[in-house]
Every structure is written in structure tokens, then in C-alpha cells.
Design a protein around this ligand. Structure first.
Ligand code: SF4
Length: 376
């Protein structure tokens, strides 16, 4: 399950064209690209399934195309109005990604599928299903509702389930933007609840794809090997306790800036999903794990939040920022929604501008691999 030798050579050649030369980086990037784009697909005669990597190669070709025509990218005016909690989160994720998103009109980001799934799960209002007195109305989506069964241990959410919903950011009737005119920060949290002690808290949900540990691997199925589902579950249990700093900053922004209610703390909730085939042989997503982190605006988090705000402010004021090259990681870049528009994953540029300069998007002249020439 992976690239053929020739597919890998071609993908590596394209990465070299983009200016990425570190072999280790390329390998990890391409591996992660596969998990994002690769699909098990039925063969023409329907007798077997094969792992189709063509979407990963197509995405790299699309990046080459964008960079070839970089002067045709439509620009946006970078405005300094309200900073949103999501801006702070995006900036903390990667300043280059933030700058690209603010500078370019991007017709199609490379993680539309993830965004679509996130919206689907949000529309299903998983968190509200177990809360009393909330009339949850499911929204019909392209996926079968039958896949949406709770097959996970959600006991860690008990404190949320026993609270009262005050604000639902996913309801068209009650949704509003909380503006803080003093800090110029705008917030739309997923939910605000009141706990049984009368304290208010925000909840922010994030959805991550992660293979269900209970699923047998290809080898386990084929060779009747004893499944290591317990080992895999332990790995996921450990992973699910790691919460990304950019998401924490988003929750801190809500606690700090929402003034319509006094927000005492926040919860970050991570849901993990996988896919399965339903009775009609359609692949449908389902949730199999959930974890949560309680976040207080304490001294430590106050410093974390202030650093993020000052750094973003300085960037917008000066239009320049020094990129931390150690923060540019292959997996993160492969999963990034604007990777096709980014020149910083090459690690060639230590400076970052806003608006994002198209000069960062130049292509290198690289010899086409001999082995592939025969096929042209
Ligand atoms: S590809 Fe990497 S360096 Fe570029 S914007 Fe995305 S995360 Fe940042």
C-alpha cells in the first residue's frame, strides 16, 4: 500500500521542483500525503480493491500548476478589522498559512474533504444528543444516518452532558458573533454551557481522522494474525491526550474576549473518526473515540495567549516576521490546507511577509528523472 517506484520518483521530482531537497522531509511529507489522498478503490472487474494514489500525485501536479502561474493568483486586500479567535488559532498553527489565507483568493483548499466531514459531524450535533431539554434536529446530509451511532466511550463528557446549553454556535436561529470592542477580537464558539454550579464555559470541538484501532489490518485479515487492537488502542489513548496549542489558544480567546457572558473556563473536545462500509457498500464516516481537555485562563495560559496576540499584532503592523524553521514539519505541511500555495515548506526562507509574496512560489529547474523519460 503506497507509491510504486516510478510514482515515488515522480512525486519526489515534483517536490524538488518546489524547492524541497531534504530527503527525510520529502519521504514523511509524501507518506502523510498518501494517508490524506490515497483511497482503496475497486478494480475495473470488481474482483479486488487496490490502493489508488493518483489523487496525491494530482494534488502535487496542481501545486506545480499554481506555482507556474503564480502571478495569476488573485490577491485579497489584507484588512485590519477584527481579529477572530480562528485567526489567532490559524496564526499559531503556522504564520505562513495565516498569511497565505489572508493574501490569496483560494478557490479550492486541499483539505475540503476534511472540512466537509467536520461540517457533517458538527451538523449531527453529537454533543447535544445527550443533553436534556435540547431539541436536537438532525440535518439530512449526503451520508447515511445509520452510520452515526455512538460506538464510543463518551463518559469523559459527563460534565458537559449534565450542564445547561446557553449558546449554540451551530444553530442558525441563535448564532451570533461576540464582538469585544476593547480588544478588537471577534468570537463564535461552538457552544456555551452553564455547569451545575452556575459557572459558564465554552466548548470547542475538533474532528480528526484516525484509524479505528479495532479494525483488523490487511495482514491480520489475510494471514489470520492475532489482532493487536489493545496495543493500537493504547497508542490512540496516549495520542488523544495531546491537544494542539493553536486550538488551546482559540479556547483562550473565547474565555478572554466574550463579555456577554462571564466565561469561567473552556473545554476542547477532540472527536476521532474513521470510515466503514454500510449495507449498501457505501463508505460512511463514524466516530470511535472522544477526549477532552479543560482549559483555565491561568497564569501560564495568560502568557501563552499574550505571546500569540503580540506576535500576530507585530506581524500585521510590520508586515514581516522571522519564520521558525524548526516549526516547519513534514506531516503538518502535508495536512495543511494551503500547502499548494506555500513556498516556506522548502525551509529556504527565514522571513515571512504579509501580504504573502508570490516570489516565495518560484519553481526550481530540476532534471527530469532518467528512469521516467522512457515513458514520456
Ligand atoms: S505548508 Fe507548512 S510551512 Fe507552508 S503554510 Fe502550511 S504548515 Fe506552514
Amino acid at each position: 500500500m503506497g507509491y510504486s517506484h516510478k510514482q515515488y520518483l515522480f512525486a519526489e521530482y515534483l517536490m524538488n521542483r518546489f524547492g524541497v531537497s531534504d530527503q527525510e522531509f520529502i519521504q514523511q511529507f509524501l507518506d502523510h500525503y498518501l494517508s490524506k489522498y490515497g483511497r482503496w478503490t475497486p478494480s475495473m472487474d470488481g474482483r479486488y480493491n487496490y490502493f489508488d494514489v493518483s489523487a496525491a500525485i494530482d494534488s502535487l501536479l496542481m501545486e506545480q500548476n499554481i506555482k507556474r502561474n503564480r502571478y495569476a493568483i488573485r490577491k485579497k486586500e489584507v484588512r485590519r478589522e477584527y481579529t477572530t479567535a480562528t485567526d489567532l488559532s490559524a496564526f499559531a498553527f503556522c504564520p505562513a498559512s495565516y498569511s497565505i489565507n489572508k493574501s490569496f483568493e483560494i478557490p479550492k483548499t486541499s483539505n475540503e474533504r476534511e472540512i466537509g466531514l467536520g461540517n457533517y459531524f458538527h451538523d449531527q450535533l453529537n454533543l447535544l444528543k445527550k443533553i436534556k431539554d435540547v431539541g436536537v434536529q438532525k440535518i439530512e446530509t449526503e451520508y447515511d444516518i445509520e452510520a452515526d451511532v455512538f460506538v464510543l466511550d463518551d463518559s469523559c463528557l459527563q460534565e458537559i452532558y449534565s450542564s445547561t446549553l446557553i449558546f449554540n454556535g451551530h444553530s442558525l436561529d441563535t448564532r451570533k458573533i461576540f464582538l469585544n470592542h476593547e480588544t478588537n477580537v471577534a468570537c463564535v464558539p461552538d457552544y456555551i454551557f452553564q455547569d451545575i454550579k452556575g459557572n459558564n464555559f465554552v466548548v470547542e470541538e475538533k474532528y480528526h481522522f484516525y484509524r479505528d484501532p479495532r479494525k483488523l489490518t490487511y495482514d491480520e485479515k489475510l494471514n489470520y494474525i492475532e489482532p493487536d487492537d489493545i496495543g493500537r488502542q493504547r497508542v490512540l489513548d496516549r495520542k488523544s491526550q495531546i491537544f494542539h496549542i493553536n486550538h488551546i489558544i482559540q479556547v483562550l480567546a473565547y474565555i478572554k474576549n466574550i463579555i456577554d457572558y462571564k466565561i469561567d473556563y473552556g473545554y476542547l473536545v477532540y472527536w476521532y473518526y474513521d470510515f466503514k462500509e454500510n449495507d449498501e457498500n457505501r463508505t460512511v464516516p463514524y466516530l470511535h473515540k472522544v477526549s477532552k481537555k479543560k482549559i483555565l485562563f491561568d497564569e501560564y495560559h495568560r502568557k501563552v495567549y499574550s505571546r500569540a496576540v503580540h506576535s500576530l499584532d507585530g506581524f500585521l503592523t510590520s508586515g514581516r516576521l522571522e519564520m521558525r524553521l524548526d516549526k516547519i514539519q513534514p506531516k503538518k505541511c502535508a495536512g495543511c490546507s494551503v500547502t499548494q500555495y506555500c513556498g516556506h515548506k522548502t525551509k529556504k526562507y527565514t522571513e515571512l511577509s504579509i501580504p504573502y509574496s508570490t516570489d516565495y512560489l518560484s519553481l526550481d529547474n530540476v532534471e527530469f528523472p532518467e528512469e521516467l523519460k522512457k515513458e514520456r
